[in-house]
Design a protein around this ligand. Sequence first.
Ligand code: SF4
Length: 379
Amino acid sequence: MKKPLGLYLHIPFCRSKCLYCDFCSMPHPSDEAMEAYVEALCRDLHWWSERCADYTVDTVFFGGGTPTVLPVRLLERLTEVLWHDFCIDPTAEITAECNPVTGERERFLRMRRAGFNRLSIGLQSAHQRELRALGRLHDFDTFCHCFSDARDAGFENISADVMSGIPHQTPVSRMETLQKLCALGPEHISSYDLIIEEGTPFARVRDRLALPDEDAARQMYFEGCEFLTSGGWKQYEISNFAKEGYESRHNLKYWSCEEYLGLGVAAHSDFGGARFGNSRDVSAYLRGEDITEEHSIPSLAERMNEYVMLRMRLCEGVDYQAFASRFGRSFESVFGKGFSKYEPHGLVICDGAHCAFTTHGMLVSNAILSEVLDFSGEI
Ligand code: SF4
């Protein structure tokens, strides 16, 4: 019986660079650069396929960057190699991230024919002032056209990203964004907080950004959760909401510590018991050099901590039985005391079979996890 595997392909190109973006992506790529990169990825796919003979790929995620910046024939080339070299489950979830300015019906039609069945489109906000503040190229109308072109082309599983904590955003404008987005009926919504990363244009003007304060951020989080849940998008992870059966199967692999292989610059893997990551050096990748820059075999203690850290992002939290069969230790004996002290405060629920954050707990989950988890290796 073959083991399941998630594949991630990193496409490091975008039309332009958003002001907050720290992802590995280069603006204004030439056709030659994209062609050369895709050939390098195909070479890499082929090399790895021989090491994946025991696996069936059941999710593929094209992330970036903006994969849909690639000419569609290059996306087709990648999927041809994938189908030729790997054992792909016929029901596999095949996702591409998409910026609204790169969406058009013809491209989507060809992508559907090439096997893509899920799109993740970046909206961030429905308000022009907020989109401009982020340095996004599109407006809400462009997103709507992109969305309806994707539907016309046969995409029945569409996710949209929205952001909170944007300069000039208020609880009212944030709610309007959610209302306008939900009226379109996406199957999945990811809602992330703006994080100001070092080295980005935002970090240089941090003090001058008109960011919402902490109270507004709390209000946006709780109102957003309530609005989406009451509309039928069930929260299943801190930042993710889905209609029944449309949870992101690929991302669930990350949060459940299942195996995945990341190819291309800046991609990370958890494969064959090892964790490794690639550098951002596109030139070295094109030259066919090994760009692995981190490689480790995590200890049992590291694995347990990582598992709990990721599983607690999910609303269902940690299942005690699953933890015991995975690690041969009981969850209560290792982490039980650490989490149960937050129960009286309404931040955590431990019911004898599961341990999970409440909605209030999710908002302060990072602080709780850094208290409870112990990466010192002393467990
Ligand atoms: S579209 Fe996404 S990856 Fe590209 S620059 Fe903007 S935030 Fe970064």
